[in-house]
Design a protein around this ligand. Structure first.
Ligand SMILES: [Zn+2]
Length: 326
């Protein structure tokens, strides 16, 4: 725990230094108007383009999943408070709808997907990435890189179809080293509780035959030119966020730093049932949110609403997420 905490803090320091060096250039390019919202256009119901100049972002919906709200979904808050937060946001207090949205980024000649959705392995309402890639006019064969935030099934299952074929056959695959080490440990899988066996099985189905070709990176380092990884451990042991620089505004993809915004952006001290180390996840949620607000980063999250990319602002004991494009 000490090690990864130190890892995060030193990453934070490195990010701060980077910002100091890059800040003047970015502000200059914007004519001092750093807060200007980027131009967005909705190409299809599940496809939003975000114009960041030299960096082109397209947010692609992979659909959504639903589950009944139960007392365990938020581990450390009374059900009545959770229901009140949902009600305040105009959401159902009985059925949770959890969206999945994948950033596609064109940067420095690379065509990059961050996570790949549920593929043929999720609910009927999920697995819409290929449909939305088609709507955006993006050929899966043209994807040059897939970068993974972590190994939960809703983020990795779409890499292969049921026949076992790779869906993005020309993409190099980038995975966080600590995430790979944790899930691909056979002894740990053998000792895992029954409830986790499926998650381990998914990592094997997707990655087992790729051990020799997958690129394992150390969180904190650059993954590709313009794409820096940030250790964000807690949701899973190797959960990683990504900062994409070089456009008109830095773009943070924070993966599962929060689940749905109405609960966990608004109440960052609440722990979703999927957070494997709730305290580490809570610290990361606080630190990334504070940094994003201070540095004026755009924030994208896998389970955020609407286009799933927008801005954060302080509100009450937590934050408010406002998606771009309504
Ligand atoms: Zn997830």
């Amino acid at each position: 725990m000490q090690l990864s905490r130190r890892g995060f803090l030193s990453t934070g320091a490195a990010m701060g230094a980077l910002w100091v060096m890059g800040g003047a250039g970015v502000l200059g390019a914007l004519g001092g108007c750093a807060a200007a919202a980027p131009r967005t256009s909705k190409v299809a119901p599940g496809v939003t383009h975000v114009d960041l100049g030299a960096v082109r972002v397209t947010m692609l919906s992979d659909g959504y999943g639903q589950r009944p709200l139960d007392a365990n979904f938020v581990r450390n808050a009374p059900l009545a408070e959770v229901q009140a937060a949902l009600r305040e946001a105009g959401l159902s207090t009985e059925t949770l709808t959890i969206p999945y949205t994948i950033p596609y980024v064109e940067i420095g000649g690379q065509r990059v997907l961050f996570d790949v959705g549920n593929g043929e392995f999720g609910a009927a309402t999920a697995g819409k990435l290929l449909e939305n890639l088609a709507a955006a006019g993006i050929d899966p064969k043209s994807i040059t890189a897939v970068v993974f935030s972590h190994f939960h099934g809703d983020h990795i299952n779409g890499l292969r179809n049921k026949a076992g074929n790779l869906v993005f056959p020309n993409a190099k695959l980038y995975v966080p080293e600590p995430e790979w080490a944790w899930w691909m440990d056979d002894a740990r899988m053998a000792a895992a509780p029954e409830a986790m066996k499926n998650a381990f099985a998914a990592t094997r189905r997707v990655f087992a035959s790729l051990a020799g070709t997958v690129q394992r990176f150390t969180p904190g380092n650059a993954v590709l030119p313009g794409v820096r990884s940030l250790a964000a451990f807690g949701h899973t042991p190797g959960h990683t966020a990504f900062l994409i620089e070089g456009g008109t505004r830095p773009f943070l993809f924070w993966g599962d730093t929060t689940n749905i915004a109405a609960l966990f952006v608004r109440n960052p001290d609440w722990a979703v049932t999927f957070d494997m180390d709730a305290e580490k996840a809570r610290l990361v949620r606080r630190q990334l949110s504070e940094t994003a607000i201070r540095e004026n980063w755009l924030v994208a999250g896998y389970h955020l609403p609407g286009s799933a990319v927008g801005t954060l602002a302080p509100r009450g004991k937590g934050y408010e997420f406002t998606p771009l494009g309504g």
